[in-house]
Design a protein around this ligand. Structure first.
Ligand SMILES: [Cu+2]
Length: 123
């Protein structure tokens, strides 16, 4: 039978404390997300040469983030210049805008102009 030396006891205690801390952190993260509406994520995935969702409805002042899941570069360009255009997004690269006044913002990919999407901005 082995007995715990003081050093081993200390290690066990440290391990237990760090494990508890991690659990508390994980719990806190889970509980925070659902009710923070101001941090709502408006995400549009670019995959297989399409914007998903193709139409998104948001509120004025909210952010919209695109992420490119294709191997091809894509851009996001506002038809009516309602927001600054993106640079060419590489794979897994993101682009974020903050929506201005209410209205319908249509956009397209300048590399593949058939790729279009719409942001409906509500008050
Ligand atoms: Cu494209």
């Amino acid at each position: 039978m082995t007995t715990l030396t003081p050093r081993n006891k200390r290690m066990a205690l440290l391990w237990a404390i760090s494990f508890l801390n991690l659990s508390v952190l994980a719990l806190g993260g889970e509980m925070k997300d659902p009710d923070s509406t101001s941090n709502k994520q408006n995400r549009i995935e670019i995959k297989d040469f399409a914007f998903n969702p193709q139409t998104i409805t948001i509120k004025a002042g909210e952010k919209v983030t695109w992420i490119n899941r294709d191997e091809e570069p894509h851009t996001i360009v506002s038809v009516e210049k309602q927001f600054k255009k993106s640079s060419a997004l590489d794979t897994d690269q993101e682009f974020t805008i903050t929506a201005g006044p209410p209205g319908t913002y249509t956009y397209y990919c300048s590399v593949h102009p058939k790729m279009t999407g719409t942001i409906v901005v509500e008050k």
